[in-house]
Design a protein around this ligand. Structure first.
Ligand code: PGA
Length: 251
């Protein structure tokens, strides 16, 4: 059985002080003893180290929101995978739709980042998902499986990879995909992984759902057989909501 994974993506929110406060509240509620699920929080870069200190005594993973695909050099404003690894990050989120839409990330750069992060010993949460326009044109499967295939091009081992399916039209909009819509795409992603890597890696790969997950809709989503947790944006900014979502995954 796959262990569910729930990660709070805080995006560009919270000062260091606020991030310490929020992570302390989350850690106090969840603490250790997270046996049935894996939990992570992804603050913005300036707060990573301070939040890392808050969660280091707990089972909560420190997660970064992005990294560059080079080790170092003249890349103003960027952060490398080994920098993240050196401050205790376990995971890095790559290819989030906001990075793809607002910052020109392509599946080719996502692929370079995935390979670099894995090479540095980080685990990767690779995000995929279609826009509303793509869904209305009926090309959702093509877009999402294309992102999966190109993002993982040349990646031989999936042990340290999690995929997050996040329909772009459901992110931050309050519109959640129905559990059936999400399950359908998760099953399609797993089939694609089966074609690429075989049965065992496909059965072990965890596929998170992301897009307006909240305490009121999480149980139905997590009950679906191919939904292995969530990548939580807005609701992860409130300790009580995030903890409620984690508890739904842990049961
Ligand atoms: P949301 O964001 O939960 O606010 O929709 C999810 C995400 O972008 O990861």
């Amino acid at each position: 059985m796959r262990k569910k994974i729930v990660v709070g993506n805080w995006k560009m929110n919270k000062t260091v002080e606020e991030a310490v406060e929020l992570s302390t509240a989350v850690a106090e509620h969840l603490g250790d003893g997270l046996v049935n699920c894996e939990v992570g929080i992804a603050p913005a870069f300036p707060a990573l180290e301070a939040v890392g200190k808050v969660v280091e005594w707990s089972d909560i993973r420190l997660v970064a929101q992005n990294c560059h695909y080079e080790d170092d050099g003249a890349y103003t404003g960027e952060v490398s995978a080994r920098m993240l690894e050196s401050i205790g990050c376990t995971y890095v989120i790559l290819g989030h739709s906001e990075r793809r839409q607002l910052f020109g990330e392509t599946s080719a750069t996502v692929n370079l980042k995935v390979k670099k992060a894995l090479g540095e010993g980080l685990r990767v949460i690779m995000c995929v998902g279609e826009t509303l326009d793509e869904r209305e044109k009926g090309i959702t499967t093509e877009v999402v499986t294309g992102q999966v295939r190109s993002g993982l091009d040349g990646v031989s081992d999936l042990v340290s990879v999690v995929i997050a399916y996040e329909p772009v039209w459901a992110i931050g909009t309050g519109k959640t995909a129905t559990p059936e819509q999400a399950e359908e795409m998760h099953a399609t992603i797993r089939d694609t992984i089966r074609e690429m890597y075989g049965d065992l890696p496909a059965e072990h790969l965890r596929i998170q759902y992301g897009g307006s997950v909240k305490p009121s809709n999480v149980a139905e989503l997590f009950a679906k057989p191919n939904i292995d947790g969530g990548l939580i944006g807005g609701a992860s900014l409130k300790a009580d909501d995030f903890v409620a979502i984690v508890r739904a995954a842990c049961c």
